[in-house]
Design a protein around this ligand. Structure first.
Ligand code: HEM
Length: 363
């Protein structure tokens, strides 16, 4: 018993020392062993060890010495673009998500296809993505100001934050940086990595868990659908042929279904789009959760959130904007850390957003 107490005291001391020197965040085997021990002692949160585990080597002000103007440049260009075209906020946020869920946040989404490789950009879920030109413009400016320093992956993460934040005229979440750019981009990896809008709850959760995200992140990040538009083609089945008998999905509010049918009449025009959060699709707010709780969201993957009690309870709470924002700050940072290539983990600083400097030797 006495020995056990001594061992615990030693471990506690070890955790405090390593924690205060930041060694627990340094990566590698020592970190893993110590974190496990610290977790066993139940002191993980108190020391801050593990709290930033999802940051996986990213840090605030990574470019403080090498390119202090990076955040200003990204914000100025992004804000001027969004000021001219408010639909860009949705597009740039979605680019960040589609980048991170496929091969991690490594800007692999931006790479162009080559004669013998079809890149992520060309996979069906990515074909409707636009807004890449904003990232290209920022990358060119940064290459002039701080050549070979700022990764495209960091630019994508910063741009998403700034595009959404324009509405508030202040950054609404923090973006730790230090990502490197990947060199591989495969269209074949996109569909298996991104959840389908027809997915049920267990499938969605499994997909998020595959990306080290949980129920809270699933519910919170789905709130990004407060911004933007979709196509009638993606909701036609719910409206006109839900079970193959010409019926409408009963989980969709029936009056709303009738409204949607007037926006998306048969024959479905593949070019017709509609707001995902009616009346406020240009505003980052918590209306998505209000619509969700009234059975007025467009995708099965949205309404599926109500089929799990824990997710449904959170979806109720997140109708409050302050609560949504607090959750979103955490979950978007976890998303922004998926599979990141940080110092010592490979990757490169790409010279232009679309081209890997090593591309010719890789494909
Ligand atoms: C939970 C799983 C998700 C599914 C099944 C899903 C699916 C979709 C689909 C099908 C569209 C419409 C595409 C189109 O009509 O062209 C869409 C749009 C969008 N998604 Fe998601 N998404 C999910 C999660 C996310 C996440 C995590 C984010 C960001 C953090 C996000 C951000 C957006 C945005 C902003 C749009 C609107 C884009 C625009 O207006 O151009 N989505 N999503």
């Amino acid at each position: 018993m006495e020995n056990k107490m001594k061992a615990s005291a030693f471990l506690l001391l070890l955790c405090v020392i390593l924690g205060s020197f930041g060694i627990c965040k340094a990566g590698g085997q020592i970190k893993e062993v110590v974190e496990k021990l610290c977790q066993n002692l139940g002191i993980v949160g108190k020391l801050g060890i593990g709290n930033e585990d999802h940051a996986k080597g990213l840090k605030m002000d990574y470019y403080e010495e090498s390119c202090p103007q990076v955040e200003g440049i990204v914000r100025n260009i992004t804000w001027s673009k969004v000021a001219n075209n408010s639909t860009l906020a949705a597009k740039l946020l979605r680019i960040h998500y589609h980048d991170c869920f496929v091969r991690g946040c490594d800007a692999s989404l931006l790479l162009d296809s080559t004669s013998n490789n079809t890149a992520e950009k060309e996979a069906s879920p990515n074909r409707a993505l636009t807004g890449y030109e904003v990232i290209d413009e920022i990358k060119s400016k940064l290459e002039k100001e701080c050549p070979n320093t700022v990764s495209c992956a960091d630019i994508v993460a910063l741009v998403a934050r700034d595009a959404v934040s324009y509405q508030f005229q202040r950054p609404i979440w923090k973006v730790p940086t230090g990502r490197k750019d990947g060199r591989v981009s495969l269209a074949s990896e996109v569909l298996p990595s991104l959840p389908s809008p027809f997915a049920d709850f267990p499938t969605l959760l499994q997909n998020f868990e595959n990306h080290s995200l949980g129920i809270n992140d699933l519910v919170t990040l789905s709130g990004a659908h407060t911004l933007g538009r979709t196509h009638c083609t993606l909701i036609a089945k719910r409206l006109y042929n839900f079970t193959g008998k010409g019926d409408t999905d009963p989980s969709l509010d029936s009056d709303y279904a009738e409204t949607l049918k007037t926006i998306c009449p048969v024959p479905i025009n593949p070019a017709t789009t509609l707001e995902m959060d009616p009346g406020s699709s240009l505003s980052f707010d918590s209306h998505y959760y209000m619509a969700l709780n009234q059975n007025k969201t467009l995708f099965l993957s949205d309404s599926a959130l109500l089929t799990n009690p824990q997710a449904a309870a959170l979806a109720k709470d997140l109708q409050n904007f302050d609560d949504f924002l607090e959750h979103f700050k955490v979950s978007i940072n976890k998303m922004g850390a998926i599979g990141v290539l940080t110092d010592g983990k490979g990757g490169e600083i790409r010279r232009t957003a679309e081209l890997s400097i090593l591309k010719s030797s890789w494909f």
